[in-house]
Design a binder for this molecule. Structure first.
Ligand code: NAD
Ligand code: MN
Length: 360
C-alpha cells in the first residue's frame, strides 16, 4: 500500500509570517521523515501585501480554487504597515476563511512545561483550555456601511449577523469537542444582558441543544466576567464557546496568560472536511521584530501539530508536541518574548533535534 500524502499549501504572508512558516515547514518535513508513515507534499504561495503592491491583488483570481485541491493550508500572517489592515485582512485571510466556510476556529491554550505565565502559582494543571470561536459570521460578517462620508453627520455601523445554522453548528462543534476532553465541561460566553437580540438567541440555541449532550457539564458567563474568571480562577475553565468578536478578544488574553502570543496556535476548521482547513499561529506580522530572525516559531510548530491531528496523523502530531515540550522544558532555548535570547534558527534546530531523538 502506498503511503498517504498530506498536501499542504503554505502561505507565509507578511512580516514574521514568512520566518515562522519557513521554520514550521522544516519541522513538518522532519516529523514526516521520522514518522515514516506519511509524506508531505508542500507548495508555497507568495500571496502577501508585497504581491498586492506589485500586482493589485493578494492572490490570483483562481486562488481559492487552487487551495481547494490541497488537504491543508498553513498560514503565517497578513498585515503590513504599507496597507491599511482591514484591506489586507479581508483581501487574504478572511477571504480564505469565509469563502471556504471554515466556521470553527479552535484555539488551545496550555501552559507548556518550563514556561512561566504571568499568573503566580498557575501551571499546566491549572491552565488547559480550548476556546472555540465562531468564525463565519457574527460581528465580523462584514455587514454594515458608512453614510454621509466626510460630512459632519457621517455615520459608520457594523451589523452583527447570527443565523440559526451558524450558531447551532458552532455550539454543536463545541459540545463534541468538550465531550472528548477529560473534564467534559463547556462554558458558553455571551453578553446577553446588553446585546439583547443576537446574544439572547445564542443562549436560547444553547439551551435547546444541550440536552443532546447529557455527558457534558455546562455553564454560562458574560464576556466581561469571563475575563476575570480566566485570570482569577483558570482551573475552573475547560472548553469555551463564544462569538467571533468575543472569542477573538478572549483568545488573545488566553495567549498572554499562557506565556506569550508567540506560542499560541489555531485551526480554522471545516469539520465536514470537504475543503481544506487552515492552521496558523495566532500572532500577527510583528513589525517591531520582523527581519531580525528572532520571532518565536513555537506558535507555528504547534499549529503544525493541529494540522497533523486534523489530517489523521495523531502519532506524528503527538511526536511534534512532545518535541516542542521537551525544548520548552529544558528552558535553554527560549526567544525574547519568553525572556530568553535564542533566535528562530536556534529554537528550530532544537526542535528538529528533539524530533530526530524521539522514540519510534
Ligand atoms: P502582533 O501579533 O503582530 O504583535 C504583537 C506583539 O507581540 C509585538 O510586540 C510582537 O513583537 C509580539 N509577537 C507576536 N508574535 C511573536 C512571535 N512569534 N515571537 C515573538 N514576539 C511576537 O500584533 P499587532 O502588532 O497587533 O499586529 C501587527 C500586524 O499583524 C497588523 O497588521 C495586524 O493586522 C496583523 N495581524 C495579523 C494576524 C493574522 O494574520 N492572523 C493576526 C494578528 C495581527
Ligand atoms: Mn485576534
Amino acid at each position: 500500500m502506498s503511503k498517504p500524502t498530506i498536501r499542504i499549501a503554505a502561505i507565509p504572508g507578511d512580516g514574521i509570517g514568512t520566518e515562522v512558516i519557513e521554520a514550521g515547514m522544516e519541522v513538518l518535513h522532519a516529523v514526516s521523515e521520522r514518522d515514516g508513515n506519511f509524506d508531505i507534499d508542500a507548495e508555497t504561495f507568495d500571496w502577501s501585501t508585497q504581491r498586492y503592491l506589485d500586482h493589485g491583488d493578494f492572490m490570483p483570481e483562481d486562488g481559492l480554487d487552487t487551495l481547494r485541491t490541497f488537504d491543508a493550508i498553513f498560514f503565517g500572517s497578513a498585515g503590513d504597515p504599507r496597507v491599511p489592515d482591514h484591506i489586507t485582512l479581508w483581501g487574504l485571510r478572511l477571504k480564505i476563511c469565509q469563502t471556504l466556510d471554515q466556521y470553527a476556529n479552535v484555539r488551545p491554550t496550555k501552559l507548556l512545561p518550563g514556561i512561566n505565565g504571568p499568573l503566580a502559582g498557575v501551571g499546566p494543571k491549572e491552565l488547559d483550555w480550548v476556546i472555540v470561536r465562531e468564525n463565519s459570521e457574527g460581528e465580523y460578517a462584514g455587514a454594515g456601511g458608512r453614510v454621509h462620508q466626510g460630512l459632519p453627520e457621517e455615520v459608520g455601523f457594523d451589523v452583527s449577523v447570527f443565523t440559526r445554522v451558524g450558531v447551532e453548528r458552532i455550539q454543536r462543534f463545541a459540545f463534541e469537542l468538550a465531550r472528548k476532553r477529560p473534564r467534559k465541561l463547556l462554558t458558553l460566553v455571551t453578553k446577553s444582558n446588553a446585546q439583547r437580540h443576537g446574544m439572547v438567541f445564542w443562549d436560547a440555541v444553547f439551551d435547546e441543544i444541550k440536552g443532546d449532550y447529557p455527558d457534558v457539564t455546562t455553564d454560562k458567563m458574560l464576556v466581561d466576567a469571563m475575563t476575570q474568571r480566566m485570570v482569577l480562577k483558570p482551573e475552573s475553565i475547560d472548553t469555551v464557546v463564544a462569538t467571533n468578536l468575543h472569542a477573538d478578544v478572549l483568545s488573545d488574553l488566553a495567549a498572554a496568560l499562557s506565556g506569550s502570543l508567540g506560542i499560541a496556535p489555531t485551526g480554522n476548521l471545516r469539520p465536514e472536511k470537504n475543503v481544506p482547513s487552515m492552521f496558523e499561529p495566532i500572532h500577527g506580522s510583528a513589525f517591531d521584530i520582523m527581519g531580525q530572525g528572532i520571532a518565536n516559531p513555537l506558535g507555528s510548530f504547534w499549529s503544525g501539530v493541529m494540522l497533523l491531528e486534523y489530517n489523521d496523523q495523531p502519532k506524528a502530531a503527538a511526536r511534534l508536541m512532545q518535541a516542542i515540550e521537551r525544548v520548552t522544558a529544558e528552558g535553554t532555548h527560549l526567544t525574547q518574548d519568553l525572556g530568553g535570547t535564542a533566535t528562530t534558527r536556534e529554537i528550530t534546530d532544537a526542535v528538529l533535534e528533539a524530533i530526530r531523538q524521539s522514540n519510534a
